[in-house]
Design a protein around this ligand. Sequence first.
Ligand code: ATP
Ligand code: MG
Length: 438
Amino acid sequence: MLEQEPGSRPEPLVIPSVDHRLSREQFSDASRFVVERLADQGYPAYIVGGGVRDLLIGVPPKDFDVATVARPDQVRRLFRRSRIIGRRFRLVHIYFGSEIVEVATFRSGTLPSGHAPANLELSAAGRLLRDNVYGTEQQDALRRDFTMNALYFDPVSETIRDWVGGYEDIRARMIRLIGDPENRYREDPVRMLRAIRFEARTGFSLEAETAAPIQRLAALLATVPSARLFDEITKLFLLGQAQNSFRGLLEMRLLKPLFPWTQEMLVSDTGGAVRSLIEQALLETDTMIRTGHPPSLVPLITAFLWAATQQYVEWHEKEGMETLTAMHRALAILMREQQKHVAIPRRILDQVEALILNQIRLERGTAVTSATRLLRHPDFRPSLDFLRLRVESGEAPAALWSDWQAFSELHPVAETLPGETRPAHRRRRPRSRTPRPS
Ligand code: ATP
Ligand code: MG
């Protein structure tokens, strides 16, 4: 029956290295060792996914994943330093120093025709709940998301096995979902975000049928656990393509289900100030990553929430509330609401809150008696950096930032004074994390 599945071939197209020009040396020693060991024991195994895709495109791969016919316990037994992980589906992690090779057993998903095998669990809306169903190499290829992510590299013969036309699509610089796009987005709406991420990362185009349903189905993201959405947000914004990712989200109307207030403020942004601040923060985020600084979502999320907090503050001030109190009130409401969409970890929210509150303190200028105290605030630097973003977007006077800059140079303080650590964070809420799909 699989042979008749549209979008798949009865046999894989086997592309020799003279054509694809990848050689086994481009893959990590660890991933090749794992594949060769499995093959020696009679288990066909390949390097698959992002690693193969990235090498074909010519960008450095993040990691190399392995897919094999061997079951997790069989893999586990072959490698001493390995462990089985995952709830939604079981994977094996094999440790080689700092490198981890993730080994997944071939699985089957819904078939491109939209039929689900009997033991695949779907929600009433067609969302994939469990897919721990083992399958053949061909089924494993078909359950993957985009054709470019379903190429199997065999380091022994240096061939690429292609069941879905991914090799041609990469050559045509095309991102194409495997199977019927609407069904595939319904069974996992995160694929819409992955489409945007790969578009931003590769500069390829979304194939027309892959792009078409996204705007219409964007609201389905609300059905995805908010912790998994946070993981996706991190990948969208902290891999050096924040600007492109944001544009993609806007174009496909995917911002609203993630950051509804940001979207709302952008809609009523007649002067362009809201967009401008966000663009500055996106640029800053990409620059930090390019220049090797530790990546952080804090400035970006602060920029996302800034305009909405300002609006709340204005409302409360009209009712006669003092600015700082109004700001506390605004933040409490916004953060609570925002968490319903994307589960942003508490430590990030605490910092966002500090950056926003410190803007009011910074706006009082350097002449007030509390100015030196602010210098010692653990988030003084990032707060001043955020003020700079506001200046660059034309929202705050440049003199305010330069005064503070000069003032901080005149009054150097140790980053953190003895006994003055970051305040113990209020409550540590356990964050439920869904395992990473592979
Ligand atoms: P990256 O370089 O960002 O890690 P990747 O393609 O390797 O990109 P992973 O999340 O590491 O992405 O997933 C590995 C592989 O698993 C993908 O290449 C794809 O084949 C498959 N995959 C991941 N997420 C999904 C999904 N939501 N639906 C179907 N297949 C998926
Ligand atoms: Mg990967």
